[in-house]
Unconditional design. Structure first.
Length: 207
């Protein structure tokens, strides 16, 4: 996709997103509904613009609780991503910032991208090859194996989990929050807010 075509698509989607949010606001006003507040509508618009401008969709944010010194903590997190468009995104230059409100850590891609195959997500061998200053990918769908072979996601059907083994000072327990910022090679940064829920099950959503 050339730059002019990409810009045209983004502009068109921004216009459609604005119209959809405006239509939702109009519907709320006409119906007298209190389902959506002004803040809700603003958040909807911001999320639409944020997703379009990064070319990356976030489909899932999960973590796994493990017992360490008789305490349930999250050491492993996985973020499912897919391209919004069929456009090359070079993940070899992707960097990730962790911030827990007290410390900041920058993570770099370790070059490890492998299909999930018969492994479970949190039992995959990729985790064994990961340092606390890096992240890797567990690939769910990649028809041309571009992520595996060339460190590129390039089709809007590609699906891969960014997998992060949290450094000791960033592990999470119930109620802890963390901000993760993605700095992709294409588009602008994307910020995700994570919160650790009650450890009533081992694998939990961090939304």
């Amino acid at each position: 996709m050339n730059d002019d075509a990409g810009l045209g698509i983004i502009t068109a989607i921004l216009i459609v997103s604005s119209l959809l949010v405006g239509a939702a606001a109009a519907t709320v006003i006409m119906n007298g509904s209190e389902t959506f507040s002004e803040e809700d509508l603003e958040e909807m618009a911001n999320e639409a613009v944020d997703e379009i401008s990064t070319y990356i969709q976030i489909k899932d944010k999960i973590g796994r609780y493990d017992a360490v010194n008789e305490e349930q903590i999250i050491q492993k997190i996985a973020i499912l991503i897919k391209p919004l468009f069929s456009v090359d995104i070079d993940v070899s230059t992707l960097t990730i910032k962790l911030c827990n409100g007290q410390q900041i850590r920058i993570l770099y891609y370790n070059g490890q991208s492998e299909f999930i195959n018969s492994y479970s997500l949190f039992g995959h061998q990729v985790w064994d090859e990961m340092a606390n200053s890096s992240f890797g990918f567990i690939v769910i769908n990649d028809k041309d194996e571009s992520l595996i072979d060339y460190d590129v996601i390039n089709d809007n059907t590609d699906l891969a989990y960014i997998v992060i083994k949290l450094p000791e000072e960033f592990t999470m327990k119930k109620g802890d929050t963390m901000t993760i910022t993605l700095f992709p090679s294409t588009g602008i940064t994307r910020t995700l807010d994570l919160e650790a829920p009650l450890p009533i099950k081992q694998v939990v959503s961090l939304s």
